[in-house]
Design a protein around this ligand. Structure first.
Ligand SMILES: Nc1nc2c(ncn2[C@@H]2O[C@H](COP(=O)(O)OP(=O)(O)O)[C@@H](O)[C@H]2O)c(=O)[nH]1
Ligand SMILES: [Mg+2]
Length: 192
């Protein structure tokens, strides 16, 4: 049996308590809880549709488990860095994680930074401008969301998935084109 045409794997990375699991659950199940159940190592959600498979993992970084995860990072298509706009230490820690990932995976797959918990308006500790500047420095997009009230959660992941879909389709297209081109060249060299 043939596998899915699209197979997208996204990993959310950020400090503990920045809201990675909450964003994932809001996106996949439209649920939210105020309880913080620390993710043990990694956890993920999976959505299978005809011809496509989407996996979203989340990882808190900084643990011994990270050493294992580093070995499988190359299997992911995109890394999304999450911090809480209301907890500056999560922004600082995320910068270390960005450096870590870029060191072992390069920049290409580092796609997006999400400033979560924007519902905490009066407690904001990181401005939109500062986070956007950091994202620009690293060649990533920046967006803000709230897993609590759902603000912008669907939109930011939908956009990322659209971009990754296009990327995968164009890679497949290129593969087909390559075959076509060589075929044409062969025919050409035969007829010339
Ligand atoms: N106010 C607010 N709290 C949030 C938001 N997202 C997550 N939380 C809370 O922050 C805590 C940590 O969330 P969690 O998703 O477990 O963080 P993780 O450790 O990064 O996976 C929990 O108590 C959540 O209820 C948000 O958008 N707004
Ligand atoms: Mg978690």
């Amino acid at each position: 049996m043939e596998g899915p045409i699209l197979d997208i794997k996204i990993m959310l990375i950020g400090a503990s308590s920045s809201g990675k699991t909450s964003l994932r659950k809001r996106f996949f199940r439209d649920t939210f809880t105020l309880l913080h159940e620390p993710t043990v190592g990694c956890d993920f959600d999976l959505r299978k549709e005809k011809g496509s498979k989407l996996q979203m993992w989340d990882h808190r970084g900084g643990e011994t488990f990270w050493n294992y995860t580093k070995r499988v990072l190359h299997r992911f298509d995109a890394f999304v860095f999450v911090f809480s706009v209301a907890e500056r230490h999560t922004f600082e820690y995320m910068q270390k994680l960005i450096r870590d990932i870029q060191e072992c995976q390069g920049k290409d797959k580092c796609k997006l930074i999400v400033g979560n918990k924007v519902d905490k308006k009066d407690a904001r500790e990181v401005s939109f401008e500062e986070a956007q500047m950091l994202a620009q420095e690293h060649g990533m997009g920046y967006t803000e969301a709230s897993a609590l009230d759902g603000f912008n959660v669907q939109e930011c992941f939908d956009q990322l998935i659209r971009d990754l879909t296009e990327e995968q389709m164009s890679k497949k297209g290129q593969a087909v084109n390559l075959i076509d081109t060589s075929d044409t060249e062969k025919k050409c060299s035969i007829c010339c």
